[in-house]
Design a protein. Structure first.
Length: 530
């Protein structure tokens, strides 16, 4: 009876810790993880709904192994816990959700390590690591990956059609079949098959009783398999379009073809595992349990742990590891809920006051479709075409963000142009001299792009509270630091584009673009907060 009472007290102690830590983690990560679940509604991330149930099953499968190994609490777990809290503040200040997700994972890892010890943690390290697959990637990585996969899928689709003798021509992510044009949109980028196939490959490799390098091959091969099969799917649309028309790009056929390529990809993975075993057979079957058999001393410790005096609130509050973790999480939750580290900074002057006459440049205001305004989530913008005395133009676009909160950050134009069929011949960072006494020069991204016979020269840069960034990583670093030291994350994107006319050289177009930039930057600085 005494043994049963002590075991109940131990379970009660574990339940108390679970409830306390669960409440603190909910207070710290509720908003970010609520957004994560909302993103799961996107078709690219629908598979994430299954990840928690898979993790629960994987943990349940290890229940006997966990019972046989005694807990050995250690302070080592404080390292990933502290690192996770550092990531939390970086994500909170910099406005990046994925950093918050990684933060919650490291905190969970640290708590388990502190209270279970390494031997026990090693048994469940795969289920804990598998939870990483339910975190949607950062937006700027997602958009760039989506664009590249669309371009690759378009190339593969055109190649497959040409291999069977069909006439097909590609311009960006648009496939010209002669009688019609097919655009490889986001729904066909392959991400909604690539991500779940990688997750499935990880699971298959986990249960695959073989050498680690074979498992690694299976996981890595999921990427080219998914991309190649998705390219064949796009080719099938071009092949069947003359027969069934628009029906093959929507409705039942579209959904069925997506399911079919996923099953084909899975079949290829299974065939790959069989081939690996045939070519290089295993001498000994591997073990699915990744833990060391308990020694006699471990068994003795486990028995002593089960018969040790049960813990209650008083003894729990005397546990230094519990107290330390509790203070760190409670302080983080309290500061995060009560202190506003980020304030929105309104634009100095609204862009509706931006002059359309700048020296000898005369502007014509342009408008943006509402769906793009809703998607870009900026606070204010201006888009206008300016013409010089010779009638040659420069397209001017600036979007201002009062606060780059999580999910509301600047979208780089470098991820848009290739999708429209524009090919970059020259790109890099350039220092453009200015006549403005406050700014002797501005560092910009320069790109000379071409689409058929059309040529354009483009500059773009990111004014960031008196600084200039030229890439997304640099912009994130500025956001982290300025949110901490200045309580600001406002910023802007500036983009200039001029055509390279048939009768002129690139150097002439560059001179025109820099001349306009020299006139417009001093005016723009009067509108952007410094």
């Amino acid at each position: 009876m005494d043994l049963m009472i002590k075991q109940i007290e131990l379970k009660t102690d574990s339940l108390i810790r679970f409830l306390v830590y669960g409440s603190l983690l909910a207070a710290v990560y509720y908003n970010s993880h609520l957004q994560m679940v909302l993103w799961w509604k996107m078709e690219d991330y629908n598979y994430c709904y299954l990840i928690p149930f898979i993790v629960i099953y994987l943990l349940w499968e290890k229940r006997d192994a966990l019972t046989r190994i005694p807990a050995q609490p250690t302070w080592v777990g404080l390292l990933p816990l502290a690192f996770g809290l550092v990531l939390f503040w970086l994500g909170e200040l910099g406005g990046e959700y994925y950093t918050m997700y990684l933060s919650s994972w490291f905190v969970l890892l640290g708590l388990c390590w502190m209270h279970l010890g390494w031997k026990k943690l090693k048994v469940i390290i795969f289920p804990i690591g598998f939870t990483l697959t339910m975190f949607p990637p950062p937006n700027f990585i997602y958009f760039n990956l989506s664009l590249q996969l669309k371009l690759i899928s378009s190339k593969l689709g055109v190649w497959a059609l040409q291999m069977i003798g069909k006439s097909a021509y590609r311009e960006g992510n648009v496939i010209d079949l002669g009688f019609t044009q097919l655009q490889v949109v986001d729904a066909c980028n392959g991400l909604r098959y690539l991500f779940p196939l990688i997750v499935l490959a990880i699971l298959v490799a986990y249960f695959y009783r073989s050498a680690w390098w074979k498992k690694l091959i299976v996981v890595l091969s999921a990427i080219p398999i998914s991309i190649f099969v998705n390219g064949l799917r796009i080719a099938s649309v071009g092949l069947l379009y003359p027969i069934w028309g628009q029906q093959v790009t929507e409705g039942f056929f579209h959904d069925f073809s997506g399911w079919a390529i996923f099953m084909i990809s899975l079949g290829v993975l299974l065939a790959e595992m069989w081939i690996l075993n045939v070519i290089i057979p295993e001498k000994k079957p591997g073990k699915s349990d990744s833990f060391d058999p308990p020694s006699r001393s471990d068994e003795k410790e486990c028995r002593e742990a089960k018969t040790a005096p049960g813990l209650n609130w008083r003894s729990l509050l005397q546990s230094p590891r519990f107290i330390t973790a509790f203070i760190l999480l409670a302080a983080t939750a309290g500061v995060a809920q009560t202190v506003n580290f980020r304030e929105a900074v309104p634009i100095s002057r609204p862009f509706k006051q931006f002059p359309l006459q700048i020296d000898h440049w005369e502007g014509q205001l342009q408008t943006m479709e509402q769906k793009f305004i809703d998607g870009l989530k900026f606070s204010d913008y201006i888009m206008a075409d300016y013409f010089n005395d010779s009638g040659r133009s420069v397209s001017f676009y600036t979007a201002y963000y009062e606060s780059q909160r999580k999910g509301e950050s600047i979208h780089s134009p470098s991820s848009c142009l290739p999708g429209g069929g524009w090919v970059s011949h020259e790109s890099g960072v350039l220092n453009v001299p200015l006549r403005d006494p406050k700014n002797s020069h501005v560092r910009v991204n320069r790109a000379f792009i071409q689409k058929g016979d059309s040529r354009q020269l483009s500059y773009f840069w990111f004014p960031m509270r008196g600084r200039v960034a030229t890439n997304m990583w640099e912009m994130k670093i500025f956001n982290f630091w300025d949110a901490l030291t200045r309580r600001r994350t406002d910023g802007a994107l500036v983009r200039l584009i001029t055509p390279v006319y048939a009768s002129e050289s690139v150097a002439s177009a560059e001179a025109r673009l820099q001349a306009f930039m020299g006139e417009v930057v001093p005016v723009l600085n009067q509108f952007l907060p410094q």
